[in-house]
Design a protein around this ligand. Structure first.
Ligand code: HBI
Ligand code: FE
Length: 288
């Protein structure tokens, strides 16, 4: 995928480098943007207790990012010391292969622009609030940080073996919309969830979606829609579980998955370990 094959995205890509990085130009953020950041941050942190994984909350607090739009260079001093990761500024979505290369080298691409006040509740493309508030706290978690680097390394194999769609589902369900089981019940750690007030509440309390135990092939077979709440959330027993599943050699996994039926977003298999059977869900006979 080259830069002019990206759909007409909102960001300013004209002076991005070959790896799609740009300068953050932190001084260019206006007071109105810092104020919107503070409003988004305050509103979201108010609902984290009881909804967000404790690791996420603890790591978010470490960064002290509530007062203004974060300066990536300052955060990188903390982040690099914690897990050898660093944030790189990008104009927005970047091609899969470039994205995987950044992750494999422990560089997390963070969009530089912030949504408008009219987009407080929803926007299509990830902005700095989604990328930073949603993704960066988990980069401070050593196991999750190792998982994400392993995920990036798996990107090249997926492109080579035609498994890009399956690997993107793993990212979608487990990085953007993942839940984890804790002794206090299910909690959210996914970035797409925790950067959205409505989905933070919906994913744990609404009876409509399925909540099903994570299993690598099951997730890789499950389709998703990008413009609505999830019909199914997958639940980890631990971050180690996700790391070990991703680190393992995938062997002929993509070839096997290519012959298996895609599972619709709301499907439930007989083989699923189900935490909650959504009332929108429907039995999808396990044809495996
Ligand atoms: N680019 N900046 C950015 N952020 C993402 O999260 C991202 C991306 N490009 C591709 C992508 N995500 C997904 O296709 C991953 O599943 C690979
Ligand atoms: Fe994201």
């Amino acid at each position: 995928m080259d830069r002019n094959s990206l759909p007409n995205l909102r960001g300013d890509y004209h002076d991005s480098a070959a790896d799609f990085t740009v300068a953050q130009d932190w001084a260019a953020y206006g007071e109105a943007e810092h104020d919107l950041w503070r409003r988004l941050y305050r509103r979201q942190t108010a609902i984290l207790p009881g909804h967000a994984a404790p690791e996420y909350i603890a790591n978010l607090q470490k960064m002290d990012a509530q007062g203004q739009i974060p300066h990536f260079g300052r955060i990188n001093e903390q982040l690099y010391a914690a897990t050898n990761w660093q944030l790189v500024a990008v104009p927005g979505l970047i091609p899969d292969d470039v994205f995987f290369d950044h992750l494999a080298n422990r560089r997390f691409p963070v969009t530089v622009w912030l949504r408008t006040p009219a987009e407080m509740d929803y926007l299509v493309e990830p902005d700095i609030f989604h990328d930073f508030f949603g993704h960066v706290p988990m980069l401070f978690d050593p196991v999750f940080a190792d998982y994400l680097a392993a995920y990036g390394r798996k990107g090249f194999e997926a492109i080579a073996k035609g498994g890009l769609k399956q690997l993107a589902r793993l990212y979608w369900y487990m990085v953007e919309f993942g839940l984890i089981n804790t002794q206090d019940g299910l909690r959210a750690y996914g970035a797409g969830i925790l950067s959205s007030k409505s989905e933070t509440i919906y994913c744990l309390t609404d009876s409509k979606p399925n909540r099903i135990a994570f299993e690598l092939e099951r997730v890789m077979r499950t389709d998703y829609k990008i413009d609505d709440f999830q019909k199914t959330y997958f639940v980890l027993d631990s971050f180690d579980q996700l790391f070990e599943a991703t680190l393992a050699s995938f062997g002929d996994l993509y070839a096997r998955l290519a012959d298996m039926p895609v599972i619709p977003p709301g499907g439930v298999l007989d083989s699923d370990r189900v935490y909650h059977f959504g009332n929108e869900g429907y039995a999808f006979k396990d044809t495996a």
